[in-house]
Design a protein around this ligand. Sequence first.
Ligand SMILES: [Zn+2]
Length: 442
Amino acid sequence: MSFLGGALAILAIVNFAFAQSSRPRRPDTPLANMPEPRLVDEERARAAGIRKLTGKYLVLYTNVKSSPEVDRLPKVFDQAVPQWAEYFGVGADKLRNWQVQGFLISARNREPFEALDLVPAGNEEFPNGISVGREFWLYSQPSDYYQRHLMLHEGTHVFMLSFLGGCGPGWYMEGTAELFGTHRYDERYKQLTLRTMPTSRGEVPMWGRVKLIRTFSDQLEQPLAAVLEIDNRRQLGDSQYAWCWAATKFLDSHPRYRARFRKLQNNVTAPDFNDRFRQAYRSHWNEMQAEWQAYIATLDYGYDFERMAIDFRRGQPLTKPVQVAIAADRGWQSSGVRLEAGRTYRIAATGRYEIARDGEPWPCEPGGVTIDYHDGRPLGMLLGAIDSTKKGATLANPIDIGLGTTITPAASGTLYLRVNDSPAKLDDNRGTLTATISPAVR
Ligand SMILES: [Zn+2]
């Protein structure tokens, strides 16, 4: 979606700025340098079966048959604008005369738009959506959700270009557009909410981002650093959009990382954006990588970022048996114990807590309940991992502990523990268990 759009739009701005340099300028905002949307001959458009739908911030031309969903798209767009403005710190005064021109083209019939020269010059073969300057184009989609998603995705590019002067490197540009494209629309109250975490597949038909990550992460661990290299000057595939979304969603939602992430929007025109990104997270870089791997290994609809956030408390070497309490309603928790590679430890667990399924609380012990499974293991079973990204029992690839086990870690690191449950279903669990970690007697 609009890989070329962004690049071309930036080029267009640059060229325009040069051409205009001898003229007096309006206050130095990116918007002042943006070319105006093309003029549409409305009479000819109407004659060719193209309707005009007008909102406050969007004028949408379309040859898609009238329906409540299509006809309200400008109103949906209007609801997105204050949400973009708040996130990007754009005051209401700046929005006053801002309007975008969009074209929603029936996937079956683009000819009327071609005949009237209402296609993006040089990018006529765009696959789904594209934006150039203050204009965007979309093809109609079989899913209402996904059609809005594409509009909001392109709208994010246009908004950022208009008020921030750029969209940042490929991963950030497409990631933020996917972050804002992913939304909830309440049919009953006609309310739009952007930057949501979808709670089920049925809520977001054709979106598929979670599925793509889950399919892919089984085969290959995608380091966060690899996502930063995604280059949208070439058309991206669906899985790359999914990675960009997963990264921005993680950074924008995580309680420890989100403030820094949101500040990065001030650097979207900086050529060294990625260096600034690395700099911003320098103090937590290794932890963030380990947490990223754990995140993509467990990503699911309704992922609870608050409860899954890991408090990386560094462990101390074990001199005598240590007892730790592990909450059933959180993700990975530090045991406070550092395990040494090659040494053998005994971990035993006791306690009774609640693991809920479909609102029904089930009593559970560290061995888990075998009437239900999550990720191939008994629900509620105690799991263990070392906070190393390298080998052995990593946070992304934990081991079973259950009621007790011995462990001889392949890498040294702090032992982390959690009970086995969906990252979307921690909030209805209750209680704690007690794990005892001791040097194994040989
Ligand atoms: Zn895009």
